[in-house]
Write a protein that binds this ligand. Sequence first.
Ligand SMILES: Cc1cc2nc3c(=O)[nH]c(=O)nc-3n(C[C@H](O)[C@H](O)[C@H](O)COP(=O)(O)OP(=O)(O)OC[C@H]3O[C@@H](n4cnc5c(N)ncnc54)[C@H](O)[C@@H]3O)c2cc1C
Length: 451
Amino acid sequence: MTSTSVLWFRRDLRLADHPALVAAAGAGAVVPLFVLDPALLGPAGAARTAFLYRCLRALDGSMGGRLVVRAGDPVEVVPQVALEADAATVFVSADFGPYGRRRDTEVGRALKSAGRRLTGIGSPYAVDPGQIRKADGTPFRVFTPFARAWRAHGWAPPAPAPAAVPWVGGLASEPVPDEPAVTATLPPAGAAAALARLEAFLAGPVDDYAQRRDRPDDDATTRLSPYLKFGCVHPRQVLARLGRTEAHEKLRSELAWREFYADVLWHQPESAREALQPAMAAMEVDTGPAADERFRAWTEGRTGFPFVDAGMRQLLGEAWVHNRVRMVVASFLVKDLHIDWARGARWFLRNLVDGDTASNSHGWQWVAGTGTDPAPYFRIFNPVTQGKEHDPEGDYVRRWVPELAGVAGGAVHEPWKLPGGPPAGYPGRIVDHAAERAEALRRYGALKSEG
Ligand SMILES: Cc1cc2nc3c(=O)[nH]c(=O)nc-3n(C[C@H](O)[C@H](O)[C@H](O)COP(=O)(O)OP(=O)(O)OC[C@H]3O[C@@H](n4cnc5c(N)ncnc54)[C@H](O)[C@@H]3O)c2cc1C
């Protein structure tokens, strides 16, 4: 006997390699649902919201306009749609983030009280968070052994798409809302765009990935992160295409970082906002008007350090920042400006098109030395040498900092050394790196001696 199910889309905005869709279609007719949840839309800035809406339109198009869109609290909306569809089961790809877990528990409870059920199949990860453990059953705290165990564990191949999904139309739906005004240039949205990007990358750029991935002046990385964030592509679809070359190994390892951070967050949900290492929470940070002014200069790309300013302006211009530059600008905020990492993480999360709590909070904590890295103490990025090393000709800086467009070559990283000083309009340095580095080490030292 077949029955109607609801497939509630969340971070899985695609039809290919979708185990929950396979299960729903196998059971009978399927009502596709997306809930515009104010709790999730609130912290997302205009860029991520606009990208989400574009992905929803693409998803709707791929199912002949049948996507049911409703706004509200999922605890009320999902049972209501299940009632209207007379669906016994609501299928989802399981969510492992702190908010998603709480929400799904409550939605599951509400459905159960109406004689229905929430069934989670699959997740946004190749291996579900919580699955990979040490021999003694405890979670990994360090990346390399996690990645080794993750590979040994392995993952299923991509799920074949169901031949024809019996979508049910006819339920009331709101239109996908109009986009908020967005100034950033966003990548094309949706699953087809994600696969096109993957194919283009695998057709050539991947060969240089191991050597060039740290070069923000190149377009040398996949730029799949916004698609992975919303599940326009599943990591399995990427992993299934990787062999044993050095470049493919490196890309697999980067995907393992994403899985590692989701695993860490699953075990310690409070680490979304709080230091993973409790002792580090006592770190002395700067607050008050002077710190606020420095924070503002950082957000606007006006620190006087060209590599940092280019990164922060790329964040505003593309809602995406190259990984190397994310590390450098984060280190600058925490160790040169002595501002709490969580404040920087919130700015990132609001502005990134790929903003993801697990990767963002733990990316920040890795840099701040409060997280998973066992030896963070001495890692204070020098914003000038990082620029010279990873953007040797200065192309990246000139692309994002027009005031420096007339400065040739790597000299762009030290505009204060130019014969006439920095070009008009470009700010002087807001801090002295050597002095602030010493200050950061002093603060860490004080913390250690207290501990
Ligand atoms: C301070 C900071 C904040 C970050 N915030 C986010 C975030 O909100 N969302 C996000 O997706 N990534 C975040 N990252 C990780 C990383 O910078 C981005 O995933 C990467 O730059 C995306 O570009 P790409 O797709 O071209 O990466 P590629 O180099 O092509 O890597 C392929 C995929 O592997 C994963 N990946 C790569 N590096 C990392 C990493 N260090 N940690 C976790 N996953 C990784 C991503 O899913 C990425 O799309 C953050 C890193 C730092 C240092």
